[in-house]
Design a protein around this ligand. Structure first.
Ligand SMILES: *Cc1c(COP(=O)(O)O)cnc(C)c1O
Length: 482
């Protein structure tokens, strides 16, 4: 039976024992007059016991990283070691006030400074800002930094175009548009990589930047990256790295060495902060020397053995986030990086790549690779065309997987792959889990061949079946009404 809402559990006139009443049972006037409404809010009347049962049951109907495998491609839904949460929750970290005098928060500033330096080392860049609150926010910061650089060179009027591959994350073209640029799409070649010839024809003096990620969205490494960088730099453009998914290369290769000028990272993906549902994130931006003057301010600097926040950067694009950014996420990343060290980070990247290739191999017959069937990086894209031919779809497979206790992969993206299933197992899963997941996928493929409609009406064993996703998006009803 589905859990009813807390309002439906309400019993009328359930005495609320926490609101003070006088001898006659009348509510004592304990709020200031101007805060008291004429009619009381329609709050559900339930006991504390009922509230706890209700919300605990609801939480157990949800899917979570701590309870199951979550191979949502590009999102890096990996297990996050609890020690990171412990560090972030230490009173000295969690109970700081952003207006505290610098002398009283030296430790926090040190964490920020050392984290920035670690991210520079990992990416091959010169300086990092920790301000942006998410990946997309980091992209905007990075592109605005590039724009300020072109403006300082007197080229802002001339450089109006940002190039983006057609497989790019949707935030890339959105970012460029928001920063005032015209977006041009570069088509992928038949191998799913940037088409060098096309790129050569598309760049010119109007090119402000090329936004790229490597490995690309299909999980393949852009082998021509040094040449791509040359082509863009020769016309005076800048190379932007979407580093949301750095756990394919952390400790193995550095975007700075590949020729990239600026990069954002998602601490809430690679660097082990739980995410999803819109919780706080952190999307640091690291840049090469020539872009550093334009990065946001203030910045944490170290002067002899003291840390302080420096505001004096005349060419900076300014502040892009209230206070200093989402500090708790920085503490988690700092703990994660210092716990693993460079060798540990490299190992986790290698494990992520190994897991992706192992899984890709297990399922390749039922779900063939979208492009060249060659080794992938931390994730891979397969096509559900075969199940489509048998009367189901990537959507059907994704829903049926829920019945087997697995979260669905990312589906229908990248859009250049028909019936795309984008699978990212991450480094934190065991061989047994990957084998069970592969077995479920193969079983579903068999089910489709026997009875596609059964799969098309899944999930069958969950509290909620198929919901009307279009209606939910277009006409969201966010409050309960009887
Ligand atoms: C997740 C992701 C982003 C956006 O990050 P948010 O923190 O969700 O804004 C950008 N690019 C890629 C490739 C991503 O996977």
């Amino acid at each position: 039976m589905p859990e009813t809402s807390i309002y439906e559990k309400s019993t009328s006139n359930f005495a609320n024992q926490y609101v003070p009443t006088d001898g006659d049972g009348e509510v004592t006037q304990w709020l200031p007059e101007h805060l008291v409404a004429d009619t009381p809010p329609a709050l559900p009347q339930v006991s504390e016991r009922e509230v706890i049962k209700h919300y605990t049951r609801l939480s157990q109907e949800n899917f979570s990283i701590d309870t199951g495998f979550y191979p949502l491609g590009s999102c890096t839904m990996k297990y996050n070691p609890k020690v990171n949460d412990w560090a972030a929750m230490l009173p000295g970290m969690a109970q700081l006030h952003p207006y505290q005098p610098e002398e009283t928060v030296q430790g926090a500033l040190q964490v920020m400074h050392e984290l920035s330096e670690a991210l520079c080392d990992l990416t091959g860049m010169t300086e990092t800002t920790l301000q942006p609150a998410a990946g997309a926010h980091g992209e905007l910061t990075g592109i605005l930094t590039i724009r300020a650089y072109h403006a300082a060179n007197g080229e802002d009027q001339q450089r109006r175009v940002v190039l983006v591959p057609d497989s790019a994350h949707g935030t890339n073209p959105a970012t460029a548009t928001m920063a005032g640029y015209k977006v041009k799409e570069i088509p992928a070649n038949e191998n799913g990589l940037v088409d060098l010839q096309q790129l050569r024809e598309m760049v010119d003096e109007s090119t402000a930047a090329l936004m790229l990620t490597n490995p690309n969205t299909i999980g393949l490494f852009e082998e021509d990256i040094l040449e791509i960088a040359d082509v863009v730099h020769q016309v005076g453009g800048q190379l932007y790295y979407d580093g949301a998914n750095l756990n394919a290369i952390a400790g193995l290769a550095r975007p700075g060495d590949m020729g990239f000028d600026v990069i954002h990272m998602n601490l809430h993906k690679t660097f082990s902060t739980p995410h999803g549902g819109g919780g706080p994130g952190c999307g640091p931006v690291a840049a090469k020397e020539h872009l550093v003057p334009f990065l946001p301010k203030p910045r944490v600097v170290k002067e002899s053995d003291r840390y302080h926040l420096k505001h004096d950067y005349p060419q900076s694009i300014g502040r892009i986030k209230g206070f200093w950014g989402n500090f708790g996420v920085m503490v988690r990343a700092y703990t994660y990086i210092t716990t693993l060290g460079i060798d540990g980070l490299r190992q986790s990247s290698q494990d992520a790549i190994l897991n992706a290739n192992y899984l890709r191999h297990l399922i390749r017959e039922a779900f063939p690779a979208s492009h060249l069937d060659r080794p992938c990086m931390h994730e891979f894209v397969v096509s559900g065309s075969a199940v489509k031919k048998m009367g189901s779809s990537a959507y059907g497979v994704a829903k049926r997987l829920l019945d087997y206790g697995f979260h669905a992969p990312t589906i229908y993206w990248p859009a250049i792959v028909p019936e795309a299933l984008m699978i990212e197992p991450t480094e934190t899963e065991t061989k047994e889990t990957l084998s069970q997941f592969a077995a479920a996928l193969k079983q579903i493929s068999k089910e489709v061949s026997e009875d596609a409609e059964f799969v098309n009406h899944s999930p069958h064993n969950l509290p909620v079946g198929r919901v009307d996703e279009v209606k939910a998006a277009r006409h969201p009803e966010l409050t309960w009404s009887s």
